[in-house]
Design a protein around this ligand. Structure first.
Ligand SMILES: [Cu+2]
Length: 404
């Protein structure tokens, strides 16, 4: 038995994998982008090997005829592949020739988003191959035994030894690490500094009712260099909430990465005055971060229909207290579809704009959406529940009074 352990450990630590086979087909990457013409979730299907076709499809909550021109570029060797895709139609088949860093350029009309991502090819760890091998040996020896009409001692011994190897590997499995995928970014394990964010508009003073660009420039809090390592979280590399100071106007959008460290989105806001912007981002190997800023819209108010009818939420307790959890239930008028990977979203802003919270909902048995959150200070909060239902994105505003 001791000799067997020695053999297993030698195999585990000394031998190198002879073949890199596949233990999964890789995970899809879902990135939501808000173009002027509408919001689209790009789904980049995982590949299990390279070269291979890289399928990219486009999905949207609301019906859309948006057509996207795609260009895939490997940052390793510069190889390119192009295609196009329409929302809800057949995926485009681009060619992934390499693992490692890539950029997907997505053009909709005159807007271009450049999505950085990595093609990962997952090889098997040595111990996984050892486990597979041991099972194959057990199976083969048993088949040979059955065919030979009897189980001779060498066959039983060999099968037992292979079974023992499999058992040992399975026992050790929780302590063994999976193989590092080919093409993965090196990890430092150190985390990264906060990004500094600066909001700006183009033109500098947008007019109510006219389209303008809201940009967010991200720089590394340590080096001052552009931050270009945003992790996709909740199906977007940044979640941007824009509200008028009075809360009457609300937007939740997913800006395009137009250049390293630059996120931009086109907006058209109906009412002049001061607007507050909040961006949720997450750098790779780091935690989430909320960046905020403000800008002014000039001109005369445009007629507009407030997005949706207000919600009549059910609060538990009915009068929430500061710094203690409150459960909020909102009842959609029909079945909800996932949006950004969740059945529902709740965004809550303090009346003064100092505090912003974003909670995700779960579905209750009575098909309501339930959110749990804790608001830090007493006072009035503006809330917007969001979900996708019946082929549209529904936003339902309401207010929450928090007692002392
Ligand atoms: Cu979002």
């Amino acid at each position: 038995m001791i000799r067997l352990f020695a053999v297993v450990f030698l195999l585990l630590f000394l031998a190198t994998p002879a073949r890199a086979h596949v233990v999964g087909s890789g995970a899809d990457l879902r990135v939501t982008q808000t173009f002027g013409a509408g919001e689209v979730t790009l789904v980049i299907a995982g590949v299990s090997r390279v070269p291979a076709p890289l399928r990219v499809s486009a999905q949207a909550v609301t019906p859309s005829s948006l057509r996207l021109e795609l260009e895939l570029r490997s940052l390793t060797d510069g190889s390119r592949s192009t295609g196009s895709v329409s929302v809800g139609q057949q995926p485009a088949a681009l060619q992934a020739l390499q693992s490692g860093p890539h950029e997907l350029r997505v053009r909709a009309g005159d807007e271009i988003a450049v999505i950085p991502f990595r093609v990962l090819v997952v090889g098997a760890a040595l111990w996984e191959m050892l486990l597979d091998g041991a099972f194959v040996v057990v199976g083969l020896l048993l088949v040979i035994g059955v065919l030979a009409g009897r189980l001779s001692r060498p066959i039983v011994g060999g099968a037992s030894a292979a079974a023992a190897v499999a058992a040992v590997v399975m026992l050790l499995e929780p302590h063994l690490s999976a193989a590092q995928p080919e093409g993965a970014a090196p990890r430092t394990g150190l985390g990264r500094p906060y990004a500094q964010g600066r909001f700006s508009t183009l033109p500098a003073r947008p007019a109510a009712g006219s389209e303008f660009t809201l940009a967010l420039r991200l720089t590394d809090g340590s080096t001052g260099r552009p931050v270009d390592d945003l992790a996709v979280h909740h199906e977007a590399s940044a979640h941007l909430v824009v509200t008028s100071q009075d809360g009457a106007v609300f937007r939740h959008v997913h800006p395009l990465r137009t250049a390293p460290g630059v996120l931009a989105v086109r907006l058209r806001l109906p009412q002049p005055g001061r607007y507050l912007a909040y961006a949720e981002i997450e750098r790779q190997e780091s935690g989430g971060q909320l960046l905020s800023g403000a800008f002014e819209v000039s001109g005369a108010a445009q007629p507009y229909a407030p997005a949706q009818e207000p919600a009549a939420p059910r609060l538990t307790p009915p009068t929430p207290a500061a710094a203690s959890p409150v459960t909020i239930e909102v009842s959609p008028e029909g079945p909800v579809q996932p949006w950004l990977g969740m059945p529902g979203h709740l965004i809550v802003r303090s009346a003064d704009g100092v505090h912003l919270a974003h909670a995700h909902g779960t579905r209750t048995e009575g098909s309501a959406l339930r959110f749990t959150l804790t608001l830090p200070e007493p006072g009035r909060y503006l809330a917007w529940a969001q979900y996708a239902a019946g082929g549209r994105l529904v936003t339902r505003p309401f207010t929450v009074e928090v007692a002392r």
